[in-house]
Ligand binder design. Structure first.
Ligand code: GLC
Length: 482
């Protein structure tokens, strides 16, 4: 009996989450229009379309030792790379990963930056002989590329104010402050002598790394164009290379020095009446730390997919006794079910769905589930993940449309190069069904001919390396005009 009602809840959800190709095309068009509106004027769209001040991407000529600091989720990474120019490329690379204590994600700016500076100082202390080129040699200061993956209004390549937090961070006194200054002050308090040469978003770091590594495209004419980078991880976002003359709000400032500019879209805050939003999403949003904000991110990214599944399971338990007469108490705890767990259940191919059974038992303390129940859980994971993946494909199509790369253009006799989109983030990397659905959806939307010229490429750990590369191309010692 109960399960009948539960299946009805699932059926309804499926209907509401449907994303037929026609709808995805409307979403892609809406994305393109919003991009245009966001570029036209400050506040012209929910899409911020932030100017990054990155107008040249690394070429491969960069030399020396540079640091990267990648802050944007529950873990942050510090890394040191030694660049050897065109021949050597990345000669050496070392990194350290540290998890941010949850209380620091909602504390004060000083607490967070002191913690980061402390860890950074420890890492710098591990510099080996000959690596300390940063300091000492000719009195050079160490240089750092700072990836800070939240909406930041940049004022130059190495300064910018935090507009607001996303992804579970909420540190009120940091909003409106220059995050480079905050870091610099903390580094000074720790006696760490380092200069922030570039402040970038993770999407921009990924784009820089994607370009630098030129992600091994086997193309007839020697490589593709890396035009955009997408992050599908805890949060989601994209950056791409835009012509300066297509950015009226920037051109008006009269400071453009080059023809191109990398734009951080902050596509997590995209909204459109075409988006398939359910009551579960609305409730999740209303109870989140940033209600009304980054709604697109909340239906797509890794921080939220598990939580959406939990909310649906909770309703199935409460209204249709899906797990028996008692609603499992653990099921009521927000964010207890993570996206990696959803992914593990979704990929369960064992005949008796053992992985699902174990996850339900270990995480939610729900034991002795029937095979039918487990099947329904997989169906639920699939509905939620597929919606997210297909919407991501539509968003990518929006960028391709904006760039005119959603069709094959013949320039004279030359066909344009393969379009490469560098993608990174745990959701894309580890959730195969998600990735597969994204890729096949994009192929469907583009059609055979065009999709054979568009490549989605995994740019592994691009955001940290990319920041170090951008520190190199914006080094005060090593200025290379690109
Ligand atoms: C959130 C942040 C954005 C970042 C993305 C991926 O959407 O606002 O800046 O790029 O997460 O980490």
């Amino acid at each position: 009996m109960g399960n009948c009602g539960a299946m009805e809840i699932l059926r309804e959800l499926k209907e509401k989450c449907e994303t037929p190709n026609g709808k995805l095309r409307q979403i892609a068009n809406a994305m393109k229009d919003e991009m245009q509106a966001g570029l036209a004027s400050e506040g012209g769209s929910e899409l911020k379309m932030l100017v990054s001040y990155v107008d040249n991407l690394p070429t491969g000529d960069e030399c020396g030792v540079f640091y990267g600091l990648d802050v944007g989720g529950t873990n942050f990474r510090v890394l040191r790379v030694q660049l050897g120019g065109k021949e050597g490329r990345v000669v050496k690379q070392e990194f350290m990963e540290v998890s941010i204590p949850p209380n620091l994600m909602v504390g004060t700016s000083d607490q967070l930056f002191d913690f980061i500076a402390d860890e950074l100082a420890k890492f710098v202390g591990t510099e080996g002989e000959g690596e300390g080129e940063g300091e000492g040699e000719g009195g050079k200061k160490r240089e750092l590329g700072f990836t800070f993956s939240f909406p930041v209004k940049q004022t130059s390549i190495n300064s910018g104010t935090l507009m607001r937090w996303t992804k579970g961070f909420s540190i009120a006194d940091a909003v409106g402050r220059d995050v480079v200054m905050e870091l610099a002050k903390a580094m000074e308090r720790k006696g760490l002598d380092m200069r922030v040469a570039a402040l970038v978003n993770d999407t921009i770091g990924t784009l820089a790394a994607g370009k630098y590594l030129n992600v091994n495209v086997n193309d007839n004419d020697g490589g593709g164009d890396v035009v955009a980078a997408v992050i599908l991880g805890t949060g989601t976002n994209a950056a791409y290379v835009e012509r300066v003359d297509a950015i009226p709000k920037y051109a008006q400032e009269g400071i453009a020095q080059s023809e191109e500019m990398v734009i951080n879209m902050e596509w997590g805050s995209f909204t459109s009446s075409h988006l398939p939003i359910t009551e579960y999403d609305q409730a999740l949003d209303a109870e989140s730390l940033n209600p009304g904000d980054h709604v697109f991110e909340k239906i797509i990214s890794g921080m939220y997919l598990g939580e959406i599944v939990r909310r649906v399971l909770c309703r199935m338990a409460e209204e249709a006794a899906f797990f028996g007469d008692v609603v499992p108490p653990k099921l009521k705890i927000p964010f207890i079910l993570t996206t990696p767990e959803v992914s593990a259940m979704h990929h369960d191919s064992s005949p008796d769905l053992k992985v699902v059974a174990n996850k339900l038992k270990d995480t939610l303390e729900i034991s002795s589930t029937s095979l039918e129940t487990r099947k329904a859980v997989i169906e639920l994971c699939s509905i939620v993940a597929t919606r997210g993946a297909r919407l991501s494909a539509a968003a990518i199509l929006g960028i391709l449309k904006k760039l005119g790369r959603d069709k094959v253009i013949k320039e004279g006799d030359d066909e344009q190069k393969t379009t490469v989109i560098a993608v990174d983030g745990g959701l894309f990397e580890h959730y195969s069904e998600f990735r597969h659905s994204l890729e096949t959806t994009l192929q469907q939307l583009l059609g055979k001919e065009v999709s054979s010229r568009v490549l989605i490429k995994h740019a592994n750990d691009g955001s940290g390396i990319g920041a170090a590369l951008l520190a190199a191309s914006h080094s005060q010692y090593n200025h290379i005009n690109i």
